[in-house]
Design a protein around this ligand. Structure first.
Ligand code: NAD
Length: 260
């Protein structure tokens, strides 16, 4: 379905971003990966997902908190594949603390990585998408774009912000073949969430399994994690012809979290 298209997914060396990269590769899209840590194993996983259908994979290690590095990454993707057709703004970090104890440098980093990076990638990707009259921008927000949780001021502010950016870009592209939508997951068991499970286990003296049950039980009525594979399937839907007029949507995959 996506043969000949190129997808760039920020923060795709692990977790949700890697799951979405594999789902898009399974549909034939070439993939530009980004993120920290080992890049070889994720590249091999995405190549394997697209095996037999000629998928090519590249990697750029831009730090999403630095506008100049984001510009380098977008130029790299355009030089390698012609243009970015599918942009998935996924890179994100978390920090948990009451607002009066929240370290200002953590606030700045979360706003830069979880929100401003999507502004930079979007402004740089849009001209070529408009010229081709086809593009898909998918922003990994969170249920925390819709509702808050205590001790997550920067994350909640950034995620509410990215839903605003999603709707604005959707309006600015509404008469074109470019769409912009957001996905709002609840809990997904990735390194970002495992750290929060570990913190609960340490705080209450619990096993990993009991801390996981506590974490889910506090917020997610289904008591089940959403998986990167499920999120990948939703991203594929947003890229499909059936989703051509889905614009500015904020789509929960949250086990009922925001329905409460
Ligand atoms: P993760 O920690 O598994 O992956 C984050 C990715 O971002 C990694 O590839 C990491 O290297 C990369 N990254 C971090 N800082 C970066 C930087 N400065 N520059 C470039 N890359 C950077 O996290 P995840 O859970 O897969 O989260 C992915 C997205 O999904 C985030 O935006 C997160 O807020 C969102 N989300 C996650 C959950 C969840 O429960 N895990 C729920 C809702 C939303």
């Amino acid at each position: 379905m996506l043969k000949g298209k190129t997808a760039l997914i920020t923060g795709s060396t692990s977790g949700i971003g890697l799951g979405i990269a594999k789902a898009l590769a399974q549909q034939g899209a070439n993939v530009v990966l980004n993120g920290f840590g080992d890049a070889d194993a994720p590249q091999a996983e995405v190549l394997a997902a697209g095996a037999g259908i000629g998928v090519q994979v590249a990697y750029h290690g831009a730090d999403m908190s630095r506008a100049q590095e984001i510009e380098d990454m977008m130029a790299f993707a355009a030089a390698r594949f012609g243009r970015v057709d599918i942009l998935v703004n996924n890179a994100g970090i978390q920090h948990v603390a009451p607002v009066e104890e929240f370290p200002p440098e953590r606030w700045d980093a979360i706003i830069a990585i979880n929100l401003s990076s999507a502004f930079h990638t979007t402004r740089l990707a849009l001209p070529a998408m408009r010229a081709a009259n086809w593009g898909r921008i998918i922003n990994l927000a969170s249920v925390h774009g819709l509702v808050a949780s205590a001790q997550k001021s920067a994350y909640v502010a950034a995620k509410h912000g990215i839903l605003g950016l999603t709707k604005t870009v959707a309006l600015e592209t509404a008469t074109t073949g470019v769409t912009c939508n957001a996905i709002c997951p609840g809990w997904v068991l990735t390194p970002l969430v495992q750290k929060q499970v570990d913190a609960k286990a340490a705080q209450h003296g619990l096993s990993n399994a009991d801390a996981t049950r506590l974490l889910l039980g506090e917020k997610e009525p289904s008591l089940q994690f959403t998986t990167p594979e499920e999120l990948g399937a939703l991203a594929v839907f947003f890229c499909s012809a059936a989703a051509a007029n889905v614009r500015g949507a904020t789509w929960n995959m949250d086990g009922g979290w925001a329905a409460q």
